[in-house]
Design a protein around this ligand. Sequence first.
Ligand SMILES: NC(=O)c1ccc[n+]([C@@H]2O[C@H](COP(=O)([O-])OP(=O)(O)OC[C@H]3O[C@@H](n4cnc5c(N)ncnc54)[C@H](OP(=O)(O)O)[C@@H]3O)[C@@H](O)[C@H]2O)c1
Length: 305
Amino acid sequence: MTDLVKIGNTDVVSKKLGLGTNKVGGHNIFTGLKDEDGYAVVKESIESGITTLDTAYMYGLGRSEEIIGDVIQDYDRSKLVIATKAAQDSSNNKVDNSPEFLKKSVDEALKRLKTDYIDIFYIHFPDEKTPKDQAVRALNELKKSGKIRAIGVSNFSLDQIKEANKDGLVDIVEDNYSLLHRDAEKELFPYLKENKISFVPYFPLASGLLTGKYRFSDSDKFSQYSREKFGDIITSLEIVEKIADRYEATVAQVILAWYMQNPNISIVIPGARKPEQVDQNVKSLDIKLSDKDYRTIDEAFMDVE
Ligand SMILES: NC(=O)c1ccc[n+]([C@@H]2O[C@H](COP(=O)([O-])OP(=O)(O)OC[C@H]3O[C@@H](n4cnc5c(N)ncnc54)[C@H](OP(=O)(O)O)[C@@H]3O)[C@@H](O)[C@H]2O)c1
């Protein structure tokens, strides 16, 4: 497995494992979060060599970026890959992709992150009115001026991605993808491959379900699945558990390794609530699945989504 990936048509290079930070400062999304845990998670990540951090204005309305900004002051900025996103205007609760709003958002994110460039900037959500190529051209101006290094879009439909990429300027796409949510495989992955656009899946651990820490008796915690379907997921996870035992690894580690061996995926960004989870997840970098085990996991989840 190649350890490093290059992002789109840029010189941004990252390890295949990063850190998702919506539980770092994301008080508006999750309850019971403590800032001190957020600081510890980011610090633990960087200390253990996971130097690509995925954040967004929406995670705590800037709080996640502020925490990251504080922590990174103690580290060599050139070794870090900071990805952030914006599109929501919290003054009116609307999504805005206009060039003016995106430029303002980047300037504000730079201040919170206490840095003078952002390695990857994503338009977090599409709005209804801005032509997507126009929004991306505005980001390209920021790229030329050195404020951002790579242009990304997130939560765009395939048609919106195509419109955004009319001038071939999109470097990276972030979207919902996991072994339990495989829609991207049909049309999105072939388009991205053909256009040399990198892909980052969010919810890679299906918000914790794919760590293997839940049992059938937890089905009521996952109301989005019928009991029958939840049972199928647990059965598939038992297959992964047997494979994990042979690698002396956890289910989460094996699943993260599977993504890192998937040629459609650039960087995997599991989220963490506690530094111990970062410690666990970083060990996935040491796992190299055999082709047979890779295929067995692929097939185990083929009909489960
Ligand atoms: N672009 C977008 O619109 C978008 C949307 C969503 C997310 N994202 C990004 O994608 C990242 C990943 O998504 P996510 O964090 O929501 O979900 P995820 O990576 O699928 O799941 C992460 C959660 O699983 C649990 N977990 C992680 N490692 C574990 C371990 N070793 N053992 C046990 N439990 C573990 C933790 O939650 P508990 O401890 O609470 O169980 C953790 O917060 C986010 O952090 C964010 O940066 C982007």
